[in-house]
Design a protein around this ligand. Structure first.
Ligand SMILES: NC(=O)C1=CN([C@@H]2O[C@H](COP(=O)(O)OP(=O)(O)OC[C@H]3O[C@@H](n4cnc5c(N)ncnc54)[C@H](OP(=O)(O)O)[C@@H]3O)[C@@H](O)[C@H]2O)[C@@H](O)CC1
Ligand SMILES: Nc1ncnc2c1ncn2[C@@H]1O[C@H](COP(=O)(O)OP(=O)(O)O)[C@@H](O)[C@H]1O
Ligand SMILES: [K+]
Length: 532
């Protein structure tokens, strides 16, 4: 079965596999199949997609590397030649042709080379001096240089071939992964192919969904090579799961027809020190828009006006008053607190954060709340209280905030986003939403989700405050047992709103993001889901 990931008509909760799990799956599958079956299926799938997706291409160059990724490419080349296309095959970093059938080479690779030769192809070695000529006139280049086996920056012929693809401007169909992209992390240690389309085999890899170079994959397709075990699952989620609309839909708050405002959750937002009141207001406005029954906001700037005339529904209180209200209410459920947007770093802010951590209500810690936390010793009382609290806490760092919390460099966070999010969750006992393209939702135990929605339009001030407010609105309306599903819904809608804005060519700013999120919600929710 082959399909385009992101096609909403077939969206499922796709499991995502790290390299070692994929290798295990491959071994298990290969053990019960005739020799070379997986490579045959992979090559056939690539040829099928090449012919369908690049139907105009009559002249195809296939660049094959020294491992099984190259073997898949050789079999795909044979298939394309059998369909009458003009196909040229270049063997990159494969050494002298006289050694291609040496026993040290992978058996599948040697078999695929024979298949290509039997199809009438004459694979040639890579000639550095003729790099540009190798690709000249081609309408499609199939990148079968490196896949799962990347273990160091591409050098020599491999980096030359990647550079030639990049310089040629010819559309590239990457086989399994864009060559140079690390499957587990979405980083590129050196040059990386920028593919128009990637057809990945067997299962999705984290590095195609999150990480600084994940976007190198372009349009993403999956072929499961007809291995039953890797099919999309609904329940329970895999260890790592792609967060798409199907999963988001399951986490949407259910609003009963007879609901009253007390049942739709109270959100209390603490933040907005002098000069930063907008951050707390944006957060509160988002909580309101996303359906919280009542939203209270305490601004830490004592001179801030007590009314937001654009949003008279918001109830503004002094910080001490709102804290007292939170202390009295927190045991009754149906509320969520947010600490952080624009909160500053004064001793008073820290005390407030500590008081909120001590309460028995869900708590979202964002922005300055995370910076205050980062400045506290890991073995001190604040972190200890966070680890020991009974109700869920949510940390929503962007990569730099995560780096401060973990005491790492930001580049280290970005070089292993799943690892960073898990590490943060494990050390704090809280759930973590590591923001940035492909946001990662992780818990101390339990599965990790990688968000599939969102785009660069979100890279504008205040959109993180909106996420914190939306998250709080959903958590306040959801029983603790379903908190992760609700958070996933909020994270997905946040990106999906931006995707709708992009599709319509509209401008996006934090202030109108909640409206776009509601439109995304409208599209997602069947009437029965919203009003069940
Ligand atoms: N496992 C699966 O689930 C399935 C796998 N399938 C296919 O197999 C592919 C994985 O094959 P693979 O393991 O042979 O690795 P691959 O990426 O071809 O390269 C390894 C070779 O490259 C070399 N090399 C690495 N980095 C290098 C560098 N920077 N610069 C230079 N050389 C470098 C490395 O050399 P070495 O480290 O040994 O010196 C080795 O020779 C996978 O992506 C998919 O296409 C599917 O068909 C079925 C399901
Ligand atoms: N290129 C991108 N693709 C997807 N999401 C993005 C991108 N850039 C930013 N975002 C999202 O936008 C939000 C920005 O949050 P944050 O950095 O906290 O901003 P602020 O502090 O200004 O509110 C996060 O949810 C992040 O995931
Ligand atoms: K590749």
């Amino acid at each position: 079965m082959m399909l385009r990931i992101g096609d909403t008509s077939v969206d499922r909760s796709w499991p995502v596999w790290d390299e070692s799990s994929l290798r295990r799956l491959e071994r298990d599958a290969a053990a019960s199949l005739a020799a070379h079956t997986l490579m045959r299926r992979a090559g056939e799938a690539v040829a099928r997609l090449a012919r369908a997706r690049f139907a105009h291409a009559r002249h195809v160059v296939v660049l094959c590397g020294p491992g099984n990724n190259g073997g898949d490419g050789l079999y795909a080349a044979a298939e394309l030649a059998r369909h009458g296309l003009r196909v040229e095959v270049s063997m990159v970093a494969c050494g002298n042709p006289s050694g291609w059938q040496d026993r040290e080479r992978p058996a599948d690779w040697r078999w695929a080379l024979e298949q290509a030769q039997q199809a009438g192809l004459r694979p040639r070695g890579w000639a550095s001096s003729e790099a540009a000529a190798t690709l000249r006139g081609a309408e499609l280049v199939i990148d079968a240089l490196l896949g799962l086996g990347l273990n160091r920056p591409p050098q020599g012929e491999l980096s030359e071939a990647i550079a030639a693809i990049l310089a040629s401007g010819i559309p590239a169909l990457a086989l399994d992964l864009p060559s140079g992209l690390a499957a587990d992390t979405g980083t590129a240690p050196g040059a990386v192919v920028r593919a128009e389309v990637t057809l990945t085999m067997l299962g999705l890899k984290p590095g195609l969904l999150t990480g600084p170079d994940a976007h190198a994959c372009g349009e993403l397709w999956l072929d499961d090579l007809d291995i039953e075990r890797v099919r999309a699952v609904d329940e329970p989620p895999a260890a790592i799961t792609r967060l798409g609309p199907a999963a988001a839909q399951r986490g949407l708050p259910r609003i009963s027809a007879a609901a009253h405002k007390g049942e739709r959750g109270d959100v209390r937002v603490f933040g907005g020190s002098p000069g930063m009141t907008g951050a707390a207001r944006l957060c509160a406005q988002a909580a309101l828009a996303l359906g919280a029954g009542r939203v209270f906001v305490a601004l830490l700037d004592p001179s801030a006006p007590m009314l937001d005339p654009t949003h008279p529904e918001l109830m503004q209180r002094q910080p001490d008053t709102l804290l007292q209200q939170a202390q009295q209410a927190s045991r009754h459920g149906g509320s969520c607190h947010v600490f952080g947007p624009g909160a500053g770093n004064s001793p008073g802010s820290l005390r407030l954060l500590q008081d909120l951590i001590a309460l028995d209500a869900p708590l979202v810690i964002d922005a300055d709340g995370l910076n205050l936390l980062a400045a506290q010793p890991r073995d001190g009382a604040t972190w200890q209280a966070l680890r020991e609290r009974g109700r869920s806490a949510w940390l929503t760092p962007h990569p730099r905030e995560a780096a401060r919390l973990l005491r790492w460099e930001t580049t280290r966070v970005q070089a292993g986003r799943l690892h960073a999010a898990r590490e943060l969750a494990a050390s704090s006992g809280a759930h973590c939403v590591l923001k940035g393209a492909g946001s990662v939702v992780a818990s101390a135990t339990g599965p990790v989700w990688i968000n599939a929605s969102g785009n660069g339009l979100l890279a504008t001030a205040g959109t993180g405050d909106v996420l914190a407010g939306a998250l709080a609105a959903f958590l306040a309306q959801t029983p603790e047992a379903d908190a992760v599903a609700a958070a996933c819904a909020a994270v997905w809608l946040h990106g999906a709103g931006a995707d709708l804005a992009l599709a319509e060519g509209a401008s996006l700013r934090a202030g109108n993001l909640p409206d776009w999120m509601l439109r995304a919600w409208e599209r997602l929710a069947r009437p029965s889901a919203r009003h069940a």
